[in-house]
Design a protein around this ligand. Structure first.
Ligand code: SF4
Ligand code: SF4
Length: 296
């Protein structure tokens, strides 16, 4: 996906390029359609006119229309995308498409005048953009050739050699620190955090790259004062490279996308977090002399 006029993924008005593929499996992920590396389908049942064209197109017999309801047996789907191609109403659509660097940068370049006026630019997000790091690197190089400000939104879970190369063309990195306890991190995301924290320490040594740390505040996972205290102490060891911490309150905006892409929402029962709690956490971070905001 390419989202123009984005205002949440770095300074100014930006174009955010979402690259598919992710090595983590965060239980609260609000973009489940970005985890798989290749294109997939997403359904919007309300748009279905029950014409049966998708049933005919599916060689896997994964789709049936029963009693006026179109049903997909996701375990049979091989993501051939034929149903999305024939669906006349947008009830089945493709998520993700193959594009060249030239095509992406052409789209990004359309808003160059907005970037100049607002100090905006291009942000690479995902998924985890470093899963497709060669593509990300070329895209960042092309953006820098055109004088665009560049931002990388990353979990930091990559080989340092890869991150190091990519950071040479990155002005700002939005770096996720989800939990400082490696066992808890692994439990919730599927991977330990040593490589992530080590890469963050090394990122500090890149003098031209600014860092905004992003910390998801998830009930029953990362919503304790103790955890936040530890995070602040850790960030203080990285100053002044870390310009600010963004607290990302847990939300359930992505819930419907799980069913719509044939997936199960792992943390369905986790409650959302109140504005009052987030305000308390914000004050706690400020009490350490750190700059903090509430992101999304
Ligand atoms: S994408 Fe899946 S459901 Fe759609 S036609 Fe192909 S196999 Fe069938
Ligand atoms: S092709 Fe689209 S509109 Fe027709 S039955 Fe399938 S999902 Fe519904």
């Amino acid at each position: 996906n390419i989202q123009r006029f984005s205002i949440h993924d770095g300074p100014g008005i930006r174009t955010t390029v979402f690259l598919k593929g992710c090595s983590l499996r965060c239980g609260w992920c609000s973009n489940p359609e970005s985890i798989r590396l290749s294109p997939e389908i997403i359904t919007r049942d309300i748009k279905c006119i029950r014409c049966g064209k998708c049933v005919e197109a599916c060689s896997q017999q994964a789709i049936t229309v029963v009693e006026n309801t179109r049903i997909i047996q996701w375990e049979k789907c091989n993501y051939c995308m034929k149903c999305a191609e024939v669906c006349p109403s947008g009830a089945i659509e493709a998520v993700g498409r193959y594009m060249t660097v030239a095509e992406v940068i052409d789209t990004v370049g359309r808003d160059a005048s907005y970037y100049r006026r607002t100090n905006g630019g291009m942000t690479l997000s995902g998924g985890e953009p470093l899963v497709q790091w060669q593509f990300a690197l070329k895209l960042l190089q092309e953006a820098k050739k055109r004088g665009f400000h560049t931002t990388l939104d990353t979990s930091g879970y990559a080989d340092w050699e890869v991150l190091d190369k990519v950071l040479n063309y990155t002005d700002l990195v939005l770096y996720d620190v989800k939990h400082l306890d490696s066992a808890r991190h692994q439990e919730a995301t599927g991977v330990p955090n040593e490589r992530i924290l080590d890469n963050l320490r090394k990122t500090v040594s890149k003098p031209k790259t600014k860092i905004w740390v992003r910390h998801p505040v998830i009930p029953q996972f990362s919503d304790s004062e103790e955890e936040l205290e530890e995070l602040c102490k850790f960030i203080l060891t990285l100053e002044p490279s870390v310009e600010k911490i963004s607290l990302l309150p847990y939300h359930k905006f992505g819930e419907l996308k799980y069913a719509a892409t044939g997936k199960v929402y792992p943390w369905k029962e986790i409650p959302t977090i109140s504005d009052e709690q987030i305000e308390e956490f914000k004050k706690l971070v400020e009490s350490h002399g750190l700059k903090v905001d509430v992101g999304r």
